[in-house]
Write a protein that binds this ligand. Structure first.
Ligand code: UGA
Length: 426
């Protein structure tokens, strides 16, 4: 059993802290937001994550997981200190890592001799080495341990990672950090700091590229009047390619892909390398979002203007609307003078979205559909698949549905006389 400090109670920090408590360690997690810390100590998770709240509560009750606003308390008796702080985009596209340097300066005197600092935040290549220099504690070690969990699957992914990447200058320490998360040593890959940092960016950019690629192929399916589902099945069955991340949709979003693809291209450009594929992926993603706007508009006439939007989050299973394709599509519809009535199971108020008077959030998908001229399904929530198109048909003004995630039962909606438009579907 080790004592562990986790700094930052976001998705990564909360999942890391909970899983380490579950693996038998004593964990203190700190965050500057007092309200969040109080909520967590009361057993309430401030984010939507399957199962995480339940497990977190269990270890809070046992007493091996605690939350505090004091970084020093989290660090002072810790054998391992995890940095799980956000690194948001700056105006030039690079990641802002100021908060990591500030925290290192704050905790450097407090870390106990022999402690290991683990950088989980996604940081530009070269940052971990610089952090180590700023820490300048020769009796402590620093490793990079990028995180690969998905929002909505944070607990599952943290419990069962498919690889654990450790960037380190000391193999024995790297292996010890790996053992905190798994007893299967084969999952642990040790590399230099810089390789570990790059693995994170290269992975996210590759996945984004895969999604954009299939979205382009879906557009081609539409041009040739053929179905993307068969193409995805055929292409994805090649084990070298794989079936994952081949679901066409309104483009990728979230707090990671947009930020990381952009940061990677800027980082590369700054050292004279042009990442044309990643740059094209970013441009293609813009085009894919806009193509959904065009599809929605194609079903409206000069006298019809009400769009029912089903789904606002960047994917199902989360309440996160950061860089959500759905939000950008709604913003564009509103800019073009249309009225939007939206429903999302996890976004119950539009007050922070700054959309104006022609945007409204209602309490159910059926309510959103009342008097709609077109329905746009933008996030793949289960609730939307369960809608009965016959019930919906009685509510709308026009029977038209844009299924931006190929999520609905096309035959059922066509059977209920809906003009159905998917992505790459005939
Ligand atoms: C992503 C990565 O998958 C994680 O491995 C990584 O740890 C995380 O970013 C991060 O850097 O923190 P996440 O942002 O939670 O995780 O979302 P994903 O599930 O990867 O989805 C990203 C976007 O791609 C979403 O907008 C999703 O709707 C879209 N997508 C994904 C598709 O449109 N089609 C697909 O087939 C898959």
């Amino acid at each position: 059993m080790y004592r562990i400090g986790v700094i930052g109670a976001g998705f990564v920090g909360l999942a890391t802290a909970t899983v380490l408590a579950e693996r038998g360690h004593e964990v203190i997690c700190s965050d500057v937001q007092e309200k969040r810390v109080n909520q967590l100590n009361d057993g309430q998770l401030p984010i939507v994550e399957d199962e995480l709240e339940e497990v977190m509560r269990k270890f809070l009750k046992i007493g091996t997981l605690r939350f505090t606003t004091s970084n020093l308390l989290a660090v002072s008796s810790a054998d391992y200190v995890f940095l799980c702080l956000a690194t948001p985009s700056q105006v030039d596209g690079t990641a802002n890592v100021d908060v990591l340097y500030d925290v290192i300066k704050e905790i450097r005197e407090q870390m106990k001799p022999g402690a290991v600092l683990v950088v989980k935040s996604t940081v530009p290549i070269g940052t971990t080495r610089k952090l180590r220099d700023v820490l300048s504690r020769f009796d402590c070690s620093v490793v990079s341990n990028p995180e690969f969990l998905r929002e909505g699957r944070a607990l599952f992914d943290s419990r069962s990672p498919d690889r654990i990447i450790i960037g380190a200058d000391n193999l024995a320490i790297a292996r010890e950090v790996g053992k905190l998360f798994t007893s299967n040593t084969e999952l642990v890959q040790v590399s230099s700091y810089e390789s570990a940092e790059l693995i994170k960016y290269a992975s996210n950019a590759f996945l984004a590229m895969k999604v954009s690629y299939i979205n382009d192929i879906a557009a081609l399916c539409e041009a040739f009047d053929t179905d993307i589902a068969a193409v995805v099945q055929g292409v994805g069955s090649d084990t070298r390619i794989g079936r994952e991340f081949l679901n066409p949709g309104p483009g990728w979003g979230g707090s990671c892909f947009p930020k990381d693809t952009l940061a990677l291209t800027v980082m590369a450009e700054n050292v004279g390398v042009k990442l044309e594929l990643v740059e094209a992926t970013i441009r293609a993603n813009e085009r894919h979002r806009y193509s959904i706007v065009e599809k929605i508009k194609s079903r409206l006439t000069s006298t019809s203007s009400r769009v029912a939007v089903l789904g606002l989050t960047f994917k199902a299973g989360t309440s996160d609307v950061r860089e959500s394709p759905s939000i950008e599509i709604v913003q564009e519809l509103i800019r073009q003078g249309l009225e939007v009535v939206a429903f999302d199971p996890t976004v119950r108020t539009g007050s922070d979205l700054g959309m104006g008077k022609t945007f409204r959030i209602v309490d159910s998908p059926l309510e959103a559909c009342i008097s709609a001229d077109v329905i746009a399904v933008l996030t793949e929530w289960d609730d939307f698949r369960l809608l009965d198109p016959n019930d919906v048909g009685h509510l709308v003004r026009h029977r038209a549905v844009i299924d931006a995630r190929n999520h609905l039962d096309q035959d059922a909606w066509v059977g209920a006389d809906f003009d159905y438009v998917g992505v790459g579907r005939i």
